[in-house]
Design a protein around this ligand. Structure first.
Ligand code: SF4
Ligand code: SF4
Length: 135
């Protein structure tokens, strides 16, 4: 039996916004699973990277935005290098984070890093964390 999925206006808008912000064509994904098989953080994720993109294709906004996967993705680009369609899942996840985080509400700032730690951590780490948790 074939199940027909009805995508409403709200779902369409979510798919369009994610595609627009990420610059990725989510419909190119055909669920081969290579991204998830190579993701170094998959073992901690509640939704695997291929499940995230499938849910975006289906417009399942609520399920996606509550996933901790969005914040566990380390933007390492392993998935993109393995994807036969060249889909950049790190950008996709970043786009979803941008959509759900209230404008101007930083979740993490320079004052949250103890001075000793700030002096020891590589600058790239700090920049990556600020980028992920602030707007
Ligand atoms: S590797 Fe690419 S095509 Fe395969 S499931 Fe992941 S995003 Fe989709
Ligand atoms: S970019 Fe994110 S989703 Fe892709 S392999 Fe790295 S941690 Fe996993």
């Amino acid at each position: 039996m074939r199940v027909k999925l009805k995508i409403g206006e709200e779902e369409k808008q979510f798919i369009e916004r994610v595609s627009e912000l990420s610059g990725q064509d989510v419909y190119k994904c055909y669920q081969c699973g290579r991204c998830s098989a190579g993701c170094p953080f998959a073992f901690e994720m509640d939704l695997l990277p291929n499940q995230i993109i499938r849910m975006v294709q289906m417009g399942l906004q609520d399920e996606v935005i509550h996933s901790k996967t969005l914040y566990l993705c380390a933007s390492c680009f392993t998935c993109q290098s393995r994807c036969p369609k060249g889909i950049d899942l790190a950008r996709l996840m970043e786009a979803i984070r941008l959509l759900i985080e209230p404008k101007g509400k930083d979740q993490f700032g320079p004052n949250d890093v103890p001075t000793k730690l700030a002096n020891e951590l590589p600058q790239q780490v700090l920049v990556a964390v600020y980028r992920k948790f602030s707007k």
